[in-house]
Design a protein around this ligand. Structure first.
Ligand SMILES: NC(=O)C1=CN([C@@H]2O[C@H](COP(=O)(O)OP(=O)(O)OC[C@H]3O[C@@H](n4cnc5c(N)ncnc54)[C@H](OP(=O)(O)O)[C@@H]3O)[C@@H](O)[C@H]2O)C=CC1
Ligand SMILES: CC(=O)N[C@@H](CCC(=O)OP(=O)(O)O)C(=O)O
Length: 346
């Protein structure tokens, strides 16, 4: 079988480089071209020495990436992807965006949080939100995918079964999330500088993070009614991984065993969602470098609060891995093709 030609725009960033790392071991694709904004003409290996002797690609202009690929990924800052998606659709190619440009459906909400506006409304209306486990059938038919944000992926998978079955009440849902520093990309800022983050730990953008509307849009879709969340992200002094601890009240008297069975049944056919046995607690250590989302379920018997812990690797299930899972669904490859790795055990 001939291989699918894929290209990565923004391969010099953390998300793009992670995509290339994973795509190189995919059995059904060939990475044909990669681009960067400031390193055009240099090799990927000169920027990231791990690619030495494995990948001899040189950064080219983004038009060349589109021309040489059947499926184009972009991992750019928000606001740059719409013309790329447009060019891909015009040329009959598929486009998967790791950024936020195609996640929000409401143009006003997008403008409010991202300071850009939709230029081509149809493109946004047709784009599919690429939460692989939930929107499998829509993803299969899509030409443009808005890959979900990292925090929203962990929150959505953690809440989906109870919201879908109308077992949650008493909004807002509290989502307390912690992320490794790679979540902020490779650019060096005062807030992500090693001496500042090392042995530090604090929340940021408390109650005003741009993932709030994305999480609310997704959870409201599950519940088929408006859902509000209080979302508080924290920066963990580690490279990778997200832990989201989610607090909800249940609508009816269900015990933890019933809720656990609901989660196990809901995700029975999902290759990358692992519902842990009761009594276990999800830990980012065991999802790092993998495409898994580990979910553990808990009940605070004192208050009746139901607590979900949802862990992912922000760079894999939260970005590059889920993008590849979506490509697998779009092209009818095995859903786990190129994504079979597990976390190191120590
Ligand atoms: N890191 C993460 O955990 C996740 C990131 N994402 C999203 O993926 C996207 C990329 O993030 P990430 O890889 O972390 O970011 P990085 O900052 O690591 O990389 C940014 C990329 O965009 C390129 N770029 C920067 N400015 C421009 C510009 N003006 N025009 C064209 N290209 C430009 C950079 O090129 P150059 O190197 O040449 O400057 C680089 O390739 C973002 O939208 C982010 O929100 C999504 C989920 C998780
Ligand atoms: C730790 C950190 O800074 N995380 C980023 C979110 C990760 C990311 O890149 O956002 P997307 O998933 O929307 O692309 C932030 O808070 O903006």
């Amino acid at each position: 079988m001939s291989k699918l030609h894929v290209g990565v725009i923004g391969a010099s960033g953390y998300g793009g480089a992670e995509l290339v790392r994973l795509l190189l071991r995919h059995p059904h694709v060939q990475v044909t071209a990669v681009s960067s904004h400031q390193y055009t003409g240099q090799t990927l290996a000169s920027l990231y020495p791990g690619f030495q002797d494995v990948c001899d690609l040189t950064f080219v202009e983004q038009d060349e990436v589109i021309a040489k690929s059947d499926c184009v990924f972009a991992a750019l800052p928000s606001g740059y992807s719409e013309p790329i998606a447009e060019a891909c659709v015009q040329q009959g190619k598929k486009f998967i965006d790791l950024g936020a440009d195609f996640r929000l459906k409401d143009a006003d909400v997008y403008e409010q949080w991202y300071d850009h506006s939709f230029q081509n409304e149809k493109l946004h209306a047709d784009a599919v939100y690429g939460l692989s486990e939930i929107y499998h059938d829509e993803i299969e038919q899509a030409s443009v995918i808005g890959n979900p944000g990292c925090y929203p992926t962990s929150a959505a998978l953690g809440c989906y079964p109870v919201l879908k079955n109308h077992w949650a009440k008493g909004m807002p849902i509290i989502i307390d999330s912690k992320s490794g520093v790679t979540g902020s990309g490779k650019k060096l800022t005062e807030g992500t500088h090693f001496p500042r983050t090392n042995e530090a730990f604090a929340p940021y953008k408390v109650g005003c993070h741009r993932h709030t509307p994305e999480i609310e849009q997704t959870l409201s879709g599950f519940a088929e009614e408006p859902v509000q969340v209080t979302f508080v992200p924290h920066l963990l002094p580690i490279n990778r991984g997200i832990v989201s601890t989610i607090y909800l009240h249940c609508t009816k008297k269900v015990d933890l065993e019933q809720i656990h069975q609901l989660y196990v049944d809901t995700y029975a056919d999902a290759p990358f969602v692992r519902v842990l046995d009761l009594g276990k607690t999800a830990d980012l250590k065991f999802v790092k470098y993998s495409n898994y989302c580990d979910i553990s379920l808990h009940m605070d018997e004192h208050t009746g609060m139901f607590i979900v812990v949802s862990c992912i690797d922000n760079m894999v299930k939260g970005a590059a891995g889920q993008a590849i899972q979506n490509m697998n669904i779009m092209y009818h490859f095995e859903e786990d093709a190129g994504l079979k790795g597990i976390a190191p055990s120590f």
